[in-house]
Design a protein around this ligand. Sequence first.
Ligand SMILES: Nc1ncnc2c1ncn2[C@@H]1O[C@H](COP(=O)(O)OP(=O)(O)O)[C@@H](O)[C@H]1O
Ligand SMILES: [Mg+2]
Length: 333
Amino acid sequence: MITVENAVKDFRKVIKQPGLKGSVQALFKPGYQVVHAVNDISFEVNKGEIMGFIGPNGAGKSTMIKMLTGILYPTSGNISVAGYDPQKQRQQYVQHIGVVFGQRTQLWWDLPLSETFTVLKEIYQVERREFEQRMGYLNDVLDIAPLMTSPVRTLSLGQRMRADLAAAMLHRPKVLFLDEPTIGLDVVVKDNIRKAIANMNKVDDTTIILTTHDLADIELLSHRIMMIDHGKLVYQGTLNDLKDKYGKSKKIEFVISDINQPIQQLLSDRFSQRGIECSVDQEKGTLIYDRSIPSALILKELLELVSIKDISIKESDVESIIKQIYLAGDKYE
Ligand SMILES: Nc1ncnc2c1ncn2[C@@H]1O[C@H](COP(=O)(O)OP(=O)(O)O)[C@@H](O)[C@H]1O
Ligand SMILES: [Mg+2]
C-alpha cells in the first residue's frame, strides 16, 4: 500500500553568529548549514496495517509524514501510496487519504463544527445517503454529535481532536496519516482516541501511519514500529521482535557512596570485555547484561569493586530497550 525508497529531505538552515553583528550578517550575507531531516529512509506498509513512527523531537517524523502526504517534496527518493505519487498526482491522491496534525487543526475555526462537515461533503463529493451513514458511524466511535453546533475555537483540545479525526475520515480514505494524534491529551481522552483509531482501522481496513513520542500509543495500536533518530531509521519491526531482540538483558541500577573513586574505569576494566554495558552518571550507575548471566554473580563482583548505598535489579521494559537503541546509535555518530 505504501512504498518508500531511499527518501531524503534536506533543509537549509541559516547559521546566525551571536550578537547584533551576527543578526545583520545573517540578513545580508547568510551562511547556510544543511540539515538532513530525513536521511535515506526506506520502508513498506501493507494494506490494513498500523505503522507507528517513534523518535525524539526533531528526529524527522513530521517531515516524513509531510512527504507522504505530498505537502513536501523529497530532496531525493521515491514515494508511492495507494498507487499514487503524492506530489505529482496530488489532486487525485488527496481523495484517498486522511491527514491529522495533532498540533494544528483543519477545521474552520470560527464556524460551527457542522459547517466543516458540510464543506468537506462537497469537497469530497460524498452523496447524501453515504454522508448520513458515515456521520452516524463517526458519531458512534468519536461522539461528535454533541459538538456539532459549537464553533471550533470553543472546543477543548480533546474534543477538537475527535472532530479532526472524524473530518479526516469522512470520505473513507484508504490511508490515514496521524502526526502526534494524542499530544497534550489527558489519559482518558488518549484512551478514547486510541480506541477510535483501532476501530477505524478494523472496520474499513484503513492503513494507518502514526507518529508519536508516547510509547503507549505504540504498544496499544501499532502492528509494526519504525524508530527514527536524526533522520535515520534505527529499528524496524514488530514490538514483539523488538522485545525478543533487545529485551534479553537485565539491568542493575545502583547508587554509589563515594563518587570520588574512578568508578567508570573500574567497572569498564572488570565488565566491558564480557559484553556487560557500564555507565556512571554522578552517583548513579547502571550495568546492563544478558539475562543468561546470573544476577548474583554480577552483584557480588560489583560489591567487591565499589561501595554502594542502594541497588535495584530490573527486566528491561520497552522504554529502556528504546533508550538502549538510541544510546547505541549515538556511539556511531
Ligand atoms: N521547514 C523547515 N526548515 C528547516 N528545518 C526544518 C524544517 N522543518 C523541520 N526542520 C528540521 O528538520 C528536523 C526534523 O524535524 P521534524 O520532522 O519536525 O521532527 P519531529 O517531527 O520528529 O520532531 C529538525 O532538525 C527540524 O529543525
Ligand atoms: Mg513532529
